[in-house]
Write a protein that binds this ligand. Structure first.
Ligand SMILES: C[S@@+](CC[C@H](N)C(=O)[O-])C[C@H]1O[C@@H](n2cnc3c(N)ncnc32)[C@H](O)[C@@H]1O
Length: 313
């Protein structure tokens, strides 16, 4: 596959517009490795022809295939373990205390870039461990991803033996999974907490509720710094004052400004809105909820994308 540097730049620019994945010269091999098979499969003559077709209004199916080819969906249960320990033993207990004091038994969680669902299941297990009377609570975990293929697998709730052996503590296997053909299925009491939704994090998003907990792990690492900062700021607008944001082990929000307050638990850092940086009038002093109405969230600076975004149901 002979491509000029201009061709490579053209392809990289389009992939970044489509899903935020920022590629540079060192990633040129990805054109061969990931686009090559797609070019062949869709019977195009070159990656350039594929990109040209993807750009056309009728290129929705090609855009989808391109996203599927370029995204890395690596994930596993309780990835890096320490964020889930911080969730279980610090963030969640403090949050539940506050909610019980206010008699508000409602918990909203977002696993953004959920891939095949192991992250959402791990969060569900932690919640189950920490809230024995879950039936008295209104709990929802929204699991979103740009990849329809990943979400299709996540929706089944079924994981192979090999996937089960990656990160899932042994004591949870029989407690939260049952053997089915092809592997193990997450128990209904957790599966029914999770709603799956295709969503491109680059596109503006709006939800009917705030999220107490957001996991946005191992995706912003692929984005340009300004896209990453914009994304986390938009997420901040969706959190109550005591909301918590978990990012990937190799990601940090130190370069995102002072709006994010780092919190430590053992080896894990998670983030909360920094009250000192919020404009006067945004804090409800009787409740740890931001007074800012959801609809007044500042418009996104994210680049627009032609990838379709279905509205949240
Ligand atoms: C490496 S996986 C991380 C999965 C999980 N959060 C974890 O930490 O194990 C990255 C996921 O981000 C998704 N992704 C990539 N670009 C995205 C975008 N622009 N919007 C939403 N999801 C995206 C990919 O499809 C993939 O499933």
């Amino acid at each position: 596959m002979q491509l000029t540097p201009t061709n490579v730049e053209f392809i990289f620019d389009y992939i970044e517009d489509l899903c935020g994945i920022a590629l540079d010269d060192t990633k040129g091999y990805l054109i061969e490795a990931r686009l090559g098979p797609l070019v062949k499969q869709l019977a195009f003559k070159s990656p350039m022809e594929l990109i040209e077709k993807a750009k056309q209004p009728s290129g929705e199916a090609i855009r989808k295939a391109l996203v599927e080819a370029m995204t890395t969906r690596e994930t596993f249960f309780f990835r890096d373990s320490s964020p889930f320990e911080a969730l279980q033993f610090k963030a969640l207990p403090e949050m539940l205390d506050g909610k019980l004091k206010e008699n508000k038994r409602k918990l909203r969680v977002w696993s953004a870039a959920a891939s095949t669902g192991q992250e959402a299941c791990s969060i569900g297990i932690v919640i189950c461990e920490m809230i024995p009377d879950m039936h008295n609570w209104d709990i929802q975990i929204l699991a979103t991803d740009i990849s329809e293929d990943a979400l299709a697998k996540a929706r089944t709730g079924i994981y192979t033996k090999m996937e089960m052996e990656r990160g899932l503590p042994k004591q949870y296997v029989s407690k939260y999974f049952s053997p089915v053909s092809g592997g193990f299925k997450i128990t209904d009491s957790i599966h029914r907490l999770i709603r799956f939704q295709q969503l491109n994090l680059l596109a503006p998003f709006q939800f009917p509720n705030l999220f107490d907990i957001i996991f946005c792990r191992n995706v912003a690492i692929y984005f340009e710094k300004k896209v990453k900062i914009d994304l986390f700021r938009r997420m901040l607008n969706l959190m109550p004052l005591n909301g918590t944001l978990f990012v990937g082990a190799s990601e940090s929000l130190f370069d995102c400004g002072t709006e994010f307050r780092p919190m430590q638990h053992c080896k894990s850092t998670f983030y909360q809105p920094n009250l000192l940086t919020l404009p006067p009038g945004t804090i409800n002093t009787t409740s740890p909820t931001l007074m800012r109405p959801l609809t007044s969230a500042p418009p996104s600076q994210a680049p627009s994308t032609s990838f379709s975004l279905r509205p949240v149901k």
